[in-house]
Every structure is written in C-alpha cells, then in structure tokens.
Design a protein around this ligand. Structure first.
Ligand code: GRF
Length: 222
C-alpha cells in the first residue's frame, strides 16, 4: 500500500509534531509518514528536532513577504512541493487567508488547546481559569476560514483542579494533546472521518478506537 504523507506546520517547540511523528513511526497512525515540516519561525526548536530525525524541515517567515496573501501563496507552494495528503497545524501561529484554507479544505487540521467553541484564540488556559470552568481540554478540528471554528474531529477533556494555575493547566492539556492529535490523525488517514458539507462525517459503523471521539483521561474523584 502507498504510504500516506503528512506535512506538519509549526512555529515553536514542536512537541505535538514529535507526538505525531512518533505515532507514525510506531504505527499508531498507520502507513503514514511525516514527510515535511514547515515553520513560520526560523528559530523554532521543532526544526532542529525534525532534521535530527531525518525529516525534511524548512522555515518560511512572513517577514520576508509584503502581505498575508503573498506569504500564504509561498506557503502553499512549499506545502505542495511536499505532496502531502494531509496538513496538520501544530502550534502554527499564523492566521491563514480564506483562499489558502479553501485550497486545502478537508485536508487541513489543527489542534487548539481548549474545548471549542469555548476559548478560541490565545491564552486559553488563563481564560479557562478566569471563567472558573470545571472542565478544560483540547480540540482537533478541520480548518475553515473562521478562526478556531471548523468541524470538530476529536476532543480531549480533563478536570480543572481548584489549585490549577494557567501554567499547570497548560502542562496537563499539552500531555492530553499528545494523545489526542495522533489518535485524531489516525482516524483521518484511515478515512474514518472526512470533511463533508462543512461537517465532520463519520463512516458507520464508526470503527473508532474504544475511547471514541471523546478521550477522557482517568478522572479520580476523591
Ligand atoms: C499547543 O498547545 C497547541 O495546541 C497550540 O500551541 C501549542 C503548541 O505546542 N496551538 P507545541 O509546539 O506542539 O509543543
């Protein structure tokens, strides 16, 4: 079988990228390889990590372009050179133009560190603490033109402890993201979920993992 090709877009640390690449290597995302990484920042630690793994990695800075459209055109060229089946945004800190999103509709996914539609945008963990929510988590979704609002593929949820700070919550959510994103990508590359008429469409009966689309970590109730 032809192996599927995944491009990952990052801007920094790249811990989700690592979780995805590991899941490809150990078969949790079946018959799939991360065939290229593009960073919007030249100093992103995820670039070095990728190169050390032998994964093609390059940066493309918006500073080298006169506007959003120009940057997104260059980005699309760079992505298309990788000939990916899917494109995963993993901490990619750029808002994409509607034309770019349309070009990759159904093949472009993102992970966002909140239970969307709550807390789109930045500083999600701080906002969750301030709002006093009992549950927080992460969402993998198809990317559409509206920021952090595309059809949901998977969500992971965890309880907010009374003594949680934005930082402690961020750490817990990040660990959850590292399980959630590979799992959601495995559903995508195996065709268990597709983008159809602006919704996530599931094949039925859904041959999902036993945890289903909601990944609940072990919740200990005292
Ligand atoms: C993650 O929390 C992701 O959800 C958000 O940015 C962070 C990226 O972390 N969009 P990393 O670069 O994958 O470590």
């Amino acid at each position: 079988m032809t192996r599927r090709r995944l491009a990952v877009l990052i801007s920094g640390r790249g811990s989700n990228l690592q979780a995805i690449a590991d899941a490809c290597k150990n078969g949790k995302i079946p018959d799939c390889d991360v065939t290229g990484v593009i960073s919007s920042r030249p100093d992103a630690p995820g670039l070095d990590w990728s190169r050390k793994q032998g994964i093609f990695a390059r940066s493309l800075s918006h500073r080298d372009f006169s506007g959003r459209e120009q940057f997104d055109s260059a980005l699309a060229l760079a992505i298309d050179r990788l000939e990916p089946d899917w494109i995963a945004l993993a901490g990619f800190m750029r808002q994409l133009t509607p034309g770019f999103v349309e070009h990759y509709l159904g093949r472009l996914v993102n992970i966002h560190p909140s239970l969307l539609p709550s807390f789109p945008g930045l500083h999600t963990h701080r906002h969750a603490i301030e709002a006093g929510v009992c549950w927080h988590g992460a969402t993998v979704h198809f990317v559409t033109a509206e920021l952090d609002a595309g059809p949901i593929i998977a969500q992971g949820v965890l309880p907010v402890a009374p003594d949680d700070s934005a930082d402690s919550l961020a750490q817990k959510v990040l660990a959850l993201e590292h399980r959630l994103y590979p799992e959601a990508l495995s559903w995508l590359v195996t065709g268990q979920v597709t983008f159809r008429e602006n919704h996530s469409h599931w094949t039925y009966p859904p041959p999902l993992s036993r945890t289903g689309p909601m990944i609940n970590p072990e919740v200990r109730i005292p």
